[in-house]
Structure formats: structure tokens, C-alpha cells
Design a protein. Sequence first.
Length: 118
Amino acid sequence: QVQLRESGGGLVQAGGSLRLSCTSSGRTISNYIVGWFRMAPGKEREFVAHIWWSGGSSDYADSVKGRFTISRDNGKNTVYLQMNSLKPEDTAVYYCAGRYAGSAYNNWGQGTQVTVSS
């Protein structure tokens, strides 16, 4: 069973940057996909970005395209979310999650808080 753990959240001013990490404690295989999601107070959880463990194919929500970059380091079993030009509306708890291709996300981390001050 793959377990995921996020780190790297914090408080940053608008326009600043943060890098989140999602580290896997188990072995992943080529058709595993890791996604980042976020949930702001009073809002539903929304998709942010995902990346295929093998090959690195990625996709982003329109709201973060051009500002956020997802990447992975297979040797460290870690997926990163580099967040630049942060806005107050990016404030949320960020979660990473994993799934196998063709399946729903079923493996969630505990979340990390990102707060962007104006």
C-alpha cells in the first residue's frame, strides 16, 4: 500500500512562492498518477494538477496554469508542486493523492495548509 505525505505549506505574501512535497512511502509503478488538490474554507475540493509517475505527463487546472509546476523525482519517491505568483485565492489546505490509471483517487495524504496574505 502506497502512503503519501505532504509537506512544505506555510504563510506567504501575495506574489510569493512555495514548494509543496508529496513523498511516497511505498513502491509505485509506471501507471501510477499523483495529483494535487486543494480545499478552501466553505468550498469544495478542487483539482490542481496531476502527473504520471512514469513519463512525467502532467495537467493543470486553468486557475493555476502558468503559475504552478508539478514535477517528480523518482529516486526520492517525491512529487513536487512549485507554486509561484501566489494569490490570496490560492489559500487552502493542499492534498496529494494517488491512483492507478483507470481508477479513482483512493490514497490521500493528510494535507498541508497554504495561506497567502494580501
